[in-house]
Design a protein around this ligand. Structure first.
Ligand code: CAA
Length: 259
């Protein structure tokens, strides 16, 4: 498989996927999402693959979010479509994959980046990781399932605090609240992820798939995801969104009017 925005290789039955847009801190643009969607299909269909490790290129970022530059002039309809398509083909597809996905978080995991990590079945954070859902500082909300999966992982109170303050937490705090499974030194990140998949690899594949399906069924809240998609789209028609994105691109603080 050759991709423009990802690297992927199979070693010892593990598919290693690296988001490879280091200059943009591995932000998820449309092409990267399309390639990720392909990789999920490939992982599901390929018998050699027993599990997947997803990480980001470089040492600064796992993924710093959806690509803000790409959606800066979107309207509500385009915003809604972005969220719906992304959720269906990438984030839900990962969560519903019969193969276990581990996110190896090697730096910033923000917005769509944290949402990608949360769609994976297990999260390992390096000690330099910083996590958050900062969309409200752009006049947006998370659109790739973040309002739902963060709430499932850490509970409603912590989720609302993290989302509404646009705060960033480090790996230790993330482990404390249940957002990540383990925190390790950056140098040990990939070996820790591999260690877990090496255990899973020895178990019965059909039982693994059934376990993932059953655990997912315990937190299936379709209405929540639909509310998020529609609300995310509506944000694109606000003056606050225009201000938030302009401020990001101009590297200044936004001034919001609530309009
Ligand atoms: N989209 C597009 N480009 C991004 C990006 C993103 N999400 N995050 C970083 N970049 C780009 C920057 O624009 C910059 O590009 P230039 O060199 O061309 O200026 C480059 O990556 C390096 O970033 P910074 O100079 O900003 O690096 P920093 O060390 O000063 O700051 C950071 C790092 C705190 C992660 C900062 O880049 C940042 O805040 N990024 C945006 C995080 C964010 O808001 N993510 C949510 C996106 S919206 C979303 O994800 C919606 C959704 O749920 C669907």
């Amino acid at each position: 498989m050759t991709y423009q925005n990802l690297t992927s290789e199979i070693k010892e039955n593990i598919l290693y996927v690296t988001i490879n847009r280091e200059k943009s801190l591995n932000a998820l643009n449309r092409d990267t999402l399309n390639e990720l969607a392909d990789v999920v299909v490939f992982a599901n269909e390929n018998n050699e693959v027993k599990g997947v490790i997803v990480t980001g290129a470089g040492e600064k970022a796992f993924v710093a979010g959806a690509d803000i530059k790409e959606f800066s002039d979107y309207n509500a309809k385009q915003g809604e479509e972005l969220a719906r398509k992304g959720q269906e083909h990438v984030f839900n597809a990962i969560e519903n994959s019969s193969k276990p996905f581990i996110a190896a978080i090697n730096g910033f995991a923000l917005g769509g980046g944290l949402e990608l990590a949360m769609a994976c079945h297990i999260r390992i954070a390096a000690d330099n990781a910083k996590m958050g859902l900062p969309e409200v500082s752009l006049g947006l909300i998370p659109g790739y399932g973040g309002t739902q999966r963060l709430t499932q992982l850490v509970g409603k109170g912590k989720a609302i605090e993290l989302i509404t303050t646009a705060g960033m937490i480090d790996a230790i705090e993330a482990e404390k609240i249940g957002l990540v499974n383990h925190t390790v030194p950056l140098a040990d990140l990939m070996s820790k992820a591999k260690e877990i998949l090496d255990l899973i690899k020895q178990r019965a594949p059909l039982a693994i798939a059934a376990a993932i399906k059953s655990v997912n069924a315990s937190v299936n809240a379709k209405e929540g995801y639909e509310t998020e998609i529609k609300s995310f789209g509506k944000c694109f028609n606000t003056a606050d969104f225009k201000e938030g994105v302009s401020a990001f691109l101009e590297k200044r603080k936004p001034i919001f009017d609530g309009k």
